[in-house]
Design a protein around this ligand. Structure first.
Ligand SMILES: [Zn+2]
Length: 305
């Protein structure tokens, strides 16, 4: 009995330490912080947090942007936030519908936070729920205890504004991006843009079978007009506009343009990559694994149109 208790206590404390170490918020500018997640795959060790999370400290409480892949990652986010501020977490926002953007909603709601998401985002969270859950269940048993919770009163798109204390959060849907219904959160007062999965830096973005790259280009082109001083991307380090343009905007535009040109000439998927110079993107992590997939997923979708 004593031995079992000691074992359980050690296991528990190890879990607590491991969880507490996963998330660390770094300052972006006054009262705005970001956790920059790993740019590799979701694992048990990163609690599914291979994505970025935001923390904004207002004079009416703390606000989290994207809530993590479930209760464990939400707890890690909460603990990391408490190291920055002793303010209670009063609200959370979702920028998208992938697991790590919203499956921690229930955890924060149970502790009194209001959950904000736009109607376009909630529609995708609902439509893709089974595939979202199935995808992460394969990773590890720590992803099995999700309680999916959607914003009870979704914001009406395409532009919504929520003021918490004296801080304004503008939620903007431009067009479908990485997932249908993705939004960005724009903080006009501090000129910080939480771009969600509209932007990937340091690693190559991913075009999935459900991703419409043409719409993503359109969403990106509108988004990049915002006078952002700091962009917290969906994945990769906090960046300025120039880096975001080089690593997301230029790649997306070239991908779509190259495929359209090949299709106009009745060419095949294999003609796309040799038709352009991609060397400026080859340093991005996962280029070797993802570029080919991006070409074929985009090619096939454009062919259907
Ligand atoms: Zn993502």
């Amino acid at each position: 009995m004593v031995r079992w208790l000691a074992g359980a206590a050690i296991a528990l404390s190890m879990t607590t330490t491991a969880v507490a170490d996963v998330v660390k918020f770094e300052k972006v500018t006054d009262n705005v912080y970001a956790f920059i997640g790993e740019i590799n795959d979701r694992t048990k060790a990163n609690l599914g947090l291979n994505a970025n999370i935001g923390l904004v400290v207002t004079d009416a409480g703390a606000v989290i942007i994207d809530t993590g892949a479930g209760p464990l990652s939400a707890a890690a986010i909460e603990q990391a936030a408490q190291k920055i501020t002793d303010q209670k977490i009063v609200a959370v926002f979702n920028t998208g519908s992938q697991d790590h953007r919203w499956l921690g909603n229930d955890y924060f709601a149970q502790r009194g936070a209001t959950v904000y998401a736009m109607d376009t985002t909630v529609a995708t969270q609902q439509a893709m729920l089974d595939s979202i859950l199935n995808r992460i269940k394969g990773v590890d048993e720590i992803f099995h205890d999700q309680t999916p919770m959607h914003a009870p009163e979704p914001l009406t798109g395409p532009n919504a504004s929520v003021t918490i204390g004296s801080t304004v959060f503008e939620v903007k849907y431009f067009n479908d991006a990485h997932f249908p219904g993705d939004v960005v959160i724009w903080l006009p007062q501090s000129e910080v843009l939480f771009s969600g999965d509209h932007v990937y830096v340091d690693r190559l973005l991913g075009v999935h079978p459900h991703t419409d790259a043409v719409k993503w280009v359109d969403a990106y082109d509108q988004m990049i007009q915002l006078p952002a001083k700091y962009i917290v991307p969906g994945h990769g380090a906090v960046s300025d506009k120039a880096k975001v343009q080089r690593e997301t905007g230029d790649y997306l535009a070239q991908l779509v343009e190259a495929i359209m040109a090949v299709q106009e000439d009745f060419g095949a998927i294999d003609d796309v990559t040799p038709s352009r110079d991609w060397s400026q993107f080859q340093h991005l992590r996962h280029y070797d694994g993802w570029h080919g997939r991006n070409v074929s997923n985009t090619f096939m979708r454009l062919e259907m149109q």
